[in-house]
Design a protein around this ligand. Sequence first.
Ligand code: NZQ
Ligand code: ZN
Length: 392
Amino acid sequence: MYEFVYCTPTKVVFGENAESKLGGLLKEYGAKKVLLHYGGGSALKGGLLTRVRWLLEEDGIAFVELGGVKPNPRLSLVEEGVALCKSEGVDFIVAIGGGSVIDSAKAIGMAIGTGCAPWDLYSGGAKPSATLPVGVILTLSASGSEMSNSSVITNDYTQVKKGCTAEVSRPVFAILNPALTFTVPPYATACGCADIAMHTMERYLSGGNSLRVTDAIGEEIVRTVTACAKQLVKNPQDYEARANVMWAGSLSHNGLTGCGGDGGDWATHTLGHELSALYDVAHGAALTALWGAWARYVYRNVLGRFYTFAVQAMGVRPNGSKEEIALKGIEAVEDWFRAIGLPTSIGGLGITLTDEQVRDMAHRCAEHCGGVKGSCVALKEEDMYEIYKAAL
Ligand code: NZQ
Ligand code: ZN
């Protein structure tokens, strides 16, 4: 077990109608003027935004609004948010949405906190050392951003998608009401469940050793999310399934499933970000399109981890050689992706790429991650090219 620091300061307020506690939470954190940040129609359609406005008015908390966050959130809207917060004297941001809205809120908060241009925080040009506090009302279980220390923004001037990891960016509170996710469409629900599983798998299927406690938590998260995702295909309004997926999503990416590990592999996420940036693919679907190709490329190097994962998390019977079981585990993951309606290839996303485009994507991917990525195998540009090609 490697040494680690585990600190998740986000206050979680979980349950039906949890958003009714918003005013009290904002007062607790001393908010004077709030930015309500949200995406497209979903916050409006179910009446959530209207309820939030009423709650703030009742509690006498001033607010301004900025909607329009798109999936794969754009730098240009972050810049708009920074200007708005400065001109309005905003001292607290409430993100109402999924990972894209939360990440956009984190970017705005950090740009104001540090006083630097937002993209400098993502390109490595500035240190994300301070932020405006961010609170979350989660409407989509997926990214884990409601408790995570990271955010991912797409620079829509250059089509580069990059993450920023900073402890200051963990939200101060997260309101988790599973009923708010009833309206998430099947494809987005499936993408979210895949992302949750992947956040654990990126840490589990890595170059680290086996870890009894951490592995058991990760295995249960994967078992839970794979089972509940199938239940949600049949009944999107299954409260218990939504609730378990929501909690699994937060735990999967708040650091818990990596305690004692080697930091995780994260190559699938890195390869996926490039696909999302260039072709505007939903994050979860980008991961499932690439994962099988990545797994088959690297599994021999960390056979023990793939074997244990297959047996403990995917329920593969341990009959056969370690390699056979590991491969059955990879197939079981891909079967699950397909069962919930997700692609297992780039072609499955409806995207056809020429060899030149694949080479370009691999080149950009290597460039944006500093040349090498992954702990199962340290992938270089040529490896990335092979994985993208195998995923076509
Ligand atoms: O814009 P609206 O109308 O809100 O629609 C959204 C969006 O179209 C919709 N949606 C959200 N809540 C809904 C709903 N539709 C109906 N009912 C509801 N209750 O869902 C669509 C997708 O939303 P988005 O926020 O983009 O999805 P997700 O939560 O998967 O976030 C994806 C982003 O998070 C990043 C990804 O790269 C991607 O940019 N990630 C962030 C991480 C982090 N900060 O820790 C880690 C992740 O690995 C990931 O990289
Ligand atoms: Zn993810």
